[in-house]
Design a protein around this ligand. Sequence first.
Ligand SMILES: Nc1nc2c(c(=O)[nH]1)N[C@H]1C(S)=C(S)[C@@H](COP(=O)(O)OP(=O)(O)OC[C@H]3O[C@@H](n4cnc5c(=O)[nH]c(N)nc54)[C@H](O)[C@@H]3O)O[C@H]1N2
Ligand SMILES: Nc1nc2c(c(=O)[nH]1)N[C@H]1C(S)=C(S)[C@@H](COP(=O)(O)OP(=O)(O)OC[C@H]3O[C@@H](n4cnc5c(=O)[nH]c(N)nc54)[C@H](O)[C@@H]3O)O[C@H]1N2
Ligand code: SF4
Ligand SMILES: [Mo]
Length: 869
Amino acid sequence: MQPATKPIRTTCPYCGVGCGVLATPLADGGLAIEGDPDHPANKGRLCVKGAALGETVGLRGRLLDPHIHGRKAGWDKALDLVAKRFGQTIAKHGPDSVAFYVSGQLLTEDYYVANKLMKGFIGSANIDTNSRLCMASSVAGHKRAFGSDTVPGLYDDFEKADTVVLVGSNLAWCHPVLYQRLAAARQARGIKVIVVDPRRTATCDIADLHLALDPGADAALFNLLLAEIDQRGLIDANFIRNVDGLPQALSAARETPPFSTGLTHADLIRFLDLWTRSEKVVTVYSQGINQSDSGTDKVNAILNCHLATGRIGRPGMGPFSVTGQPNAMGGREVGGLANMLACHLDIENVDHRNAVQTFWNAPRMADKPGPKAVDMFRAVETGQIKALWIICTNPAASMPEADRVDRAIKGCDFVVVSDMIADTDTTRLAHVLLPATGWAEKDGTVTNSERRISRQRRTLPPAGQARDDWRILAQVGQRMGWRDAFSWNDPAQIFAEHAALSGIAGRLGRDFDISDHAEITQGQYAAMQPFLWPQSASRRGGRFFGDGAFHTPSGKARMLPITPRRPATLSPEFPFRLNTGRVRDHWHTMTRTGLAPRLSRHIAEPFLEIHPRDAEKLGLAPAALAEVTNPHGRAILRVLITDRVAPGQPFAPIHWTGETAPTGRVGALVPASVDPLSGQPASKSATVAIRPFAASWYGFAVSAKPLNPRSDYWACATLPAGYQAELAGIKAPDEWLAEAADLFGTDADPLVVRDNRRGIIRMAFLEDARLMAALFVSPDPVALSRSHLATALGGDCGGEILAGRPGEGRADEGALICACFGIGAKTILHSIATQKLVSVEDIGKALGAGSNCGSCRPELKTLLASAMS
Ligand SMILES: Nc1nc2c(c(=O)[nH]1)N[C@H]1C(S)=C(S)[C@@H](COP(=O)(O)OP(=O)(O)OC[C@H]3O[C@@H](n4cnc5c(=O)[nH]c(N)nc54)[C@H](O)[C@@H]3O)O[C@H]1N2
Ligand SMILES: Nc1nc2c(c(=O)[nH]1)N[C@H]1C(S)=C(S)[C@@H](COP(=O)(O)OP(=O)(O)OC[C@H]3O[C@@H](n4cnc5c(=O)[nH]c(N)nc54)[C@H](O)[C@@H]3O)O[C@H]1N2
Ligand code: SF4
Ligand SMILES: [Mo]
């Protein structure tokens, strides 16, 4: 396809690495995507999710018009209704009877407007965000230790360090470009990499040491490290003058028994040696730390070690919280959490509050923190919150106790949902549904994990009637009677306002000050280059805290005494601890990555990683289905037997929903137990029971048209030429032909092969000799080449398709490994064997695999190892 215009510099809308993207509009309305060689975060690299962005910008699945009670409506009608219902509810029940639940995937400008509307004009702090499920413990830990929510370091530090410790972070899959930067630097400089994760993840591929500690034992580990730091005389006498709380922190640390982590003595000693002997040490942490009911303590246990040694804010050293969402940081800057104000100001500090009120000329400021996400949905459940606006997040799937949250939203008097996608678990619950512009259509800024602010630029026109989130919010604000305060014409004006407010925050001693941009013009905004905050007359970019100046009232940092706590105890009834997290090629509830066929080829179904010993005990065969239950919910997941997880600690990914696999919603199993300080849920630790799911039949289907599955178990995914579904049921349908007709929405006659003795049925629906749909059913998990059927779909074929494997002369690719070049495991293994390939680089040269985005390099290594063993 010919490019219609020049490339536009923008930013990837997925993870917090914040890679620069060059997007070139194509004549067919699509986008060609490349990494931006000039963006400091990625220097031209992209991972497979970023590289596949062009496949997700079509109109498929998009919400194109406002809807009221399921019927299309004009914008004016929809906005009038939202303003009226919010206004009436506030008039009758007060400002705390309404709430916004927003997202770290909003742009800073959107987020700023939402906050201004709720905290300054509606006059309530009933606004919280999905960052509560993500970064809240890091925020709370930073604030306790530094007096501000500041990430001290830069990505460069990963490359300049001698030792990098990744704690509860699967960087290879979740921050792939940062992982690649680290892997390259490790190769060049011999950096030691330590992974601290109960699970052996793809990230362990570059680990010199993998510490598979007991779940939740992180605070104990870092307490042991702190005691060791002291033992070895490594407390930095100079730096510690800027730190309070050392004696208390040390005495708590000394009480931690040496065998409280589940690690061998030898591994523990290696860790203590590596950490203490490298002055240049970076400790990176993510959801294995944050998503815990003692997440804030875990964060502070890590920060303690860096403060005690003064290893902070200098090149190659420091604690580093990697953020998940593209604008998790921007959300924190605008005060997206219910307990914060804009520009890192504090809602409970009267000077801060007054400064913001004056600046906004706000009629009614919130003066106390609002409820955190879990409590907010409880208030929805009890009816205290009567009108709720959900923007850019899918809480009916992603909140803990997701079924309960789903019921709470269903019971709410008035629910508004702004999303770019029509059908999600949450949009289904809306009274008013508002179409938002998507990534390619939006204009604004985002802040990545290292505090770098980058422009996201409009590359495509809005889909249908979609509007920008900031504009939708401002138009409601205006309709509620605050015309002047919400009268911006473009995001540059909002950015300028935020920058001006940050100057006031800077003068009040806050870290977030970008007042250099307070007078920014539209032209300057259009040309803005990525920059690090702060940007003000007194300070530009760089690292924080190397100088020993902190943002607490005393100016000193605080070490905290940490008493490690264990996660929820198991019971005979619920003897497994379910760990949850992410897979390489999908993003959260898959509303966007689910649209790109190549992103579903890596993993196309919800699964349960379970240790061989557990599987044996439970009678779970490979590829069978397991039923996972607890008092909060139930899930049915494909069994993946592996010693990557420890016995008793199965793992399930979070990406499946009512749209893609209704029994794969693992959020339904996560209890809403939260960290007492941050309110962040313990999403890594659900106690569950597991048993085989009593399927009497299993099926696999492909179809050129969307499928309509209704079986007890199903999981759908997108293919290049249509869709696929895994199916299973407790009781077989009486009539398979009728079942297939329903599933495929067709009354055509299929080719059928039956083996009644083995209970196998195979059907293929052809149209002019082209394969339009096929269904394979068996009493055992269906063994057939899925990639073969997927490739055959839409193409010429005959009855041989019912053999379920490639005919002569056609290779079966096996599971997709390299999504960029579409190369499967079997091809790679074949080439390793026949061409005597011995390294990932060899594979790259021979096949291309792994040489573009590099996301699959850990898996290539595993394939090499398996081929050589
Ligand atoms: N591919 C992909 N990338 C993403 C996302 C995505 O959806 N898909 N989402 C983005 C977002 S919003 C986020 S927040 C990040 C999350 O990025 P990560 O935090 O790296 O990802 P997770 O898979 O949630 O969890 C990380 C690891 O924590 C481990 N863990 C569980 N319990 C413990 C424990 O007690 N201690 C320790 N040390 N580790 C433990 C898990 O085994 C898991 O491997 O990823 C971002 N990037
Ligand atoms: N069990 C378990 N649960 C978890 C986690 C876990 O590890 N385990 N992780 C938690 C974490 S860290 C996170 S961040 C959350 C993520 O959970 P969610 O935020 O619920 O997940 P997303 O799928 O990213 O939802 C984003 C929604 O916004 C829509 N959208 C995309 N762009 C736009 C836009 O520009 N405007 C608007 N209005 N809508 C848009 C998308 O279509 C989608 O419906 O999940 C949390 N839940
Ligand atoms: S690492 Fe991948 S998902 Fe993250 S910002 Fe870069 S391209 Fe996007
Ligand atoms: Mo997240």
